[in-house]
Write a protein that binds this ligand. Structure first.
Ligand code: OAD
Length: 228
């Protein structure tokens, strides 16, 4: 089976009603990224961060995977699929994907403030600032914030190095190191990019499908199945 790798961002979940970050009504229009998505923000105002991620978790509970998530899941019948996602939602898994690398963490998990140990699955439960992890340290969201290392980066790079086909969906490619991952794809690996808007120039040869994630995946599915 060919190795098919997806590199996804907020746009793949947009049609499930989850806001992207940098679009005109995106999350970073209403929140200060430094306050709610950086490690400095956590040290300055952890209560605000807990509240922000509780709110995101509450929204996720009511969101459903869309057709793009489901097509990606179904492609496991014909390809060896890995999804590398910047998203912290669980819609890829709920759409049927079984091998998902969450570069930026997971909303439904919390961990110890020190060293991000004692990872705990809390589902959609809200947690309060002051709750303790099994090691006695404060619990925090299991999210990779600006200013923190990306622990799964080298695992993701290795997967992309072995890709036969790479598909990028719904990411503005603004945030590094995730945005640099596409350069790990072998030189003979076709790269497709699905996005309804122009994405900042990338120097690799890419076939651009200007469409939403669901429209784009419908089109691409047919192409992929002819070259499996
Ligand atoms: P962005 O908000 O930067 O980019 C979203 C992309 O999705 C844009 O290129 C949109 O044009 C596209 N888009 C919008 N609607 C779409 C649809 N229906 N179908 C397909 N694409 C659509 O989000 P990311 O690139 O994912 O990190 O952001 C990367 C990281 O920045 C996030 O993981 C998050 C954020 O700060 C952290 O918080 C650490």
């Amino acid at each position: 089976m060919k190795k098919l790798v997806f590199l996804t961002g907020a746009g793949v979940s947009a049609e499930s009603g989850i806001k992207t970050f940098r679009d005109s009504d995106g999350l970073w229009e209403n929140y200060n990224v430094e306050e709610v998505a950086s490690i400095d923000g956590w040290y300055r105002n952890p209560r605000l961060m807990v509240q922000f991620y509780n709110e995101r978790r509450r929204q996720l509970k009511d969101a459903q995977p869309n057709e793009a998530h489901r097509i990606i899941g179904e492609l496991e019948s014909d390809f060896d699929v890995t999804v590398v996602t910047q998203n912290v939602d669980n819609l890829h898994e709920r759409g049927g994907s079984t091998d998902v690398i969450h570069l930026h963490g997971e909303l439904t998990k919390v961990c110890s403030e020190r060293g991000k140990k004692c990872v705990e699955d809390i589902g959609y439960r809200e947690f309060e600032y002051g709750e303790r992890a099994a090691d006695g340290q404060l619990l925090r969201p299991f999210i990779v914030w600006f200013g923190e290392e990306v622990p799964l980066l080298s695992k993701a790079a290795e997967v992309i190095e072995h890709a036969d086909i790479l598909v990028i969906i719904g990411t503005s490619l603004n945030v590094y190191p995730a945005a640099g991952l596409l350069y790990y794809a072998p030189s003979n690996c076709p790269i497709y990019l699905i996005d309804p808007k122009e994405v900042q120039p990338v120097t690799r040869r890419i076939e651009f499908i200007r469409a939403t994630a669901t429209e784009g995946m419908r089109i691409l599915k047919e192409k992929l199945l002819t070259c499996k």
